[in-house]
Design a protein. Sequence first.
Length: 650
Amino acid sequence: MYEQVSHSLLNDILTEIEVEIKDANLQYFYTRLGANFYAIYSLFHQLYGRRDDFKPQLHQLVKVLIKSYIARSPSLRKLDLTREKNHNWFLDQQWVGYALYCKEFSGDLKGLQNKLSYLQDLGINVLHIMPILDCPKGKSDGGYAVRDFKKINNDVGTIEDLDELAANLKKRDTLLVLDVVVNHTSDEHAWAIQARAGDKKYQDYYYVFDDRSMPDLYEETMPEIFPENAPGNFTWDATMDKWVMTVFNEYQWDLNYQNPAVFIEMVGIILFWANHGADVIRLDAVAFLWKKIGSTCQNEREAHLILQLMKDCCQVTAPGVLFIAEAIVAPVEVIKYFGEDAINAKECEIAYNATLMALLWEAVATKKSTLLNYAIRSIPDKLDRATWLNYVRCHDDIGLGFDDNDIRLAGYEPTLHRQFLLNHYTGQSPDSIARGIAFGTNKKNGDARIAGSLASLAGLETAIEKNDLAAINRSIDTILLLHGFILAFGGIPLIYYGDAIGTLNDQAYLEDDYKKNDNRWIHRPAMNWQQTELRAEKGTIEQRIFSGLKKMIATRKEITAFADHNNRELIVLDNPHLFCFVRFDGTGRYPRVLVICNFDHSEQQLDISSLRKLGLLQHNSVKDLFADESLDLSASFINIRPQGMYWIET
Ligand code: GLC
């Protein structure tokens, strides 16, 4: 659509800018800017149109886009064009992710290059290096309290090291995922320092108040995110003599996106990392981007407008780059982070599927798929050109944010059921061997989340201590079942570092003054490279998990039906321990794959006739791709192994 006002404004802006940038080859930039400018203008106007400085701010934004484009390397520009042509590239089943802390995994960025073959051996081709930017020691929130958005933390290396790593990853066809912490900065960031020194310009980068009157109003409806360590959402700053909004830790100052200068700075930062080779940018804590009195200050409409605007800007300068939304919120809310379009993701192309993750842990604890079955139906279908990030564990805690209604439908009382799960995973119920710990206990409402490594939550730590072979086997089966699930379900599976070798809880954080107050460090250990060697020794726990996972990954990559095109149908079975779904090829044709999981510790029977009525399993002999063996279906039922998983071609 040709829209006069925005286009004549764009002409004015470009005339001024062109004087500075005469020689650059900007053909593609101009095409993209022309195509996206009306959307950019409209969103910027919706957010900031009432301000007197609207025009100069928009001018500044376009300048950032153009300068970032000029700084973009020819090879990245070429990649942009390739991805524009094949725009569904990221929905392919070939992608398998891995998230790690650089320091804990490999010491530093140079060391990480030496470990790439380990990751490739497993089949990884999407590498999420968790935040590596400069943070104050001790007040870093695991890298999520950034002091300088354009500097790599001295501990892990330099920007040249990252460039080298990015180039190495490109050669290996591995995607690089980097974080941009968009919601807040460290209180030692230059903006915060200037704000503290009394500079009004920078005080306006944050939510700063003279007295408690506004903070008290906000607090009426804002929940607490870290109730144990950082109660409340505001912190008194004695130097500034003011209150500042700090939703997470008191040293993490929330950025004020009501100020367009903040938005423009952040777009510049996103494009800076895109230009340093990030294929995917993980936008941290996006649900919190807009604060409004009288609301929870999460999932506000303007937070979505900001993300849409960020996407449009990125599409002009670095269209090959994708966004991941880290929004750990209810399914009806999380789906909105893909954007409002019917087909294309106009905000973030990828979103964390925290609901699925928590449901999987629920199924493991109850040994039943009842809640999983109800609640998965509450996750709305994603857009065609968007995908989930499916994971079992990550660097954060496990929240039990299931919908109360779904819990009731599954036959449980919500409060009691959450308590049961918490007791189960913190090892407080007599029949549980899980070894998690409660994280973020809120004494006011009794809520708590769960921390702990995958293997320890799956019972491996206790089983090893007791030298209980049967329990060890069950823990390994749990680990493989959970991973098999996320590899088959649809979306990009993301494996957490250490989980492929059954890494247990790490108590070392208790000895570290900087870490001991945040027990999520129990599952952020230093990678034990000696232990990884055991993956080559037949029969070891490490070998059984690693080789099982490696085989599943390789198999996933060959099954086109596992690409993510909303090509899944859930099948309800009478047996509450089993969970079943069919994946079909994007075209709706063969081969289809029937996925069956048994969450129980004993063998379960699956009645074949009910599946045959649905047109599945028509032949008497079928292939299980998971175990790479034939299954005899001449009887009227199949026996499904305890905690077994099947990927049956049908
Ligand atoms: C995200 C991170 C988490 C961090 C929080 C605040 O949720 O995943 O680790 O504590 O943001 O930055």
